[in-house]
Write a protein of this length. Structure first.
Length: 230
């Protein structure tokens, strides 16, 4: 499988970076109590932080809102996924456990203040490309709605779009039957290459500790816009 970023995206912002983790032989299950407790505690800490802070006080939200505008979308209407989660937490509408993979993925997104997508590769058709969505880029999302990715980064395969930093599709949702997974970290543009590589490797280690299997990582940026996985 190949994964790549459409080169024209770097004309909009040359600092865009995506961290990619490819997981094999996963064993997804109900989240262990350790993860449930850690996620609950993290959300409670965020809630109290948000009593004294604005969302724009978080660097990840500020950077992604700015990038959203550059790409051509309205961050007031279509929010990056981690901002939507933080708004829920601010209202004490805490995220509830789903499974060991999705829960940890949400934890990464909140911890690193970035959108993080997780996809079941058994439902991905061929190579993957990240492009800029248009008014015709649509799919049914995990939010239960038909979503249009106009001016939003779109993760696509031969069948069509299935993911984004806004909301993911139901087609590639990760369940307890998932064995092979693709994880995309939509990194803050200001993150250095060194820090980006450390982040995705650290996340990969933790993900494999919880869900088993093995993983490989790569970083996509302007200098290296594509990569291949076995």
């Amino acid at each position: 499988m190949k994964i790549s970023i459409e080169p024209s995206i770097f004309l909009i912002d040359e600092h865009i970076k995506l961290g990619i983790n490819h997981y094999t032989k996963l064993v997804v299950s109900e989240s262990p109590q350790m993860l449930k407790g850690r996620m609950q505690l993290f959300q409670e800490h965020l809630f109290f932080d948000l009593l004294d802070k604005e969302l724009t006080d978080y660097q990840g939200i500020t950077e992604w809102r700015a990038l959203w505008k550059k790409l051509g979308a309205d961050p007031g209407r279509y929010r990056p996924s981690m901002e939507s989660m933080m708004r829920r937490i601010r209202n004490q509408n805490y995220l509830q456990p789903l499974n060991s993979a999705v829960d940890l993925n949400n934890f990464f997104s909140l911890q690193y203040e970035i959108p993080v997508g997780l996809y079941d590769l058994s439902h991905v058709d061929g190579d993957v490309q990240i492009v800029l969505g248009s008014g015709k880029t649509t799919y049914t999302g995990i939010n239960g709605r038909e979503n249009t990715l106009n001016g939003i980064l779109s993760v696509e395969d031969a069948t069509g779009p299935f993911g984004s930093p806004y909301v993911d599709s139901i087609r590639t949702i990760v369940k307890e039957t998932t064995i092979d997974g693709l994880q995309i970290f939509f990194l803050q543009p200001s993150t250095s290459q060194e820090d980006a590589k450390k982040l995705i490797d650290s996340a990969g280690k933790m993900f494999a500790q919880v869900n088993g299997g093995s993983y490989t990582t790569t970083l996509l940026d302007k200098a290296h816009p594509q990569a291949s996985f076995e």
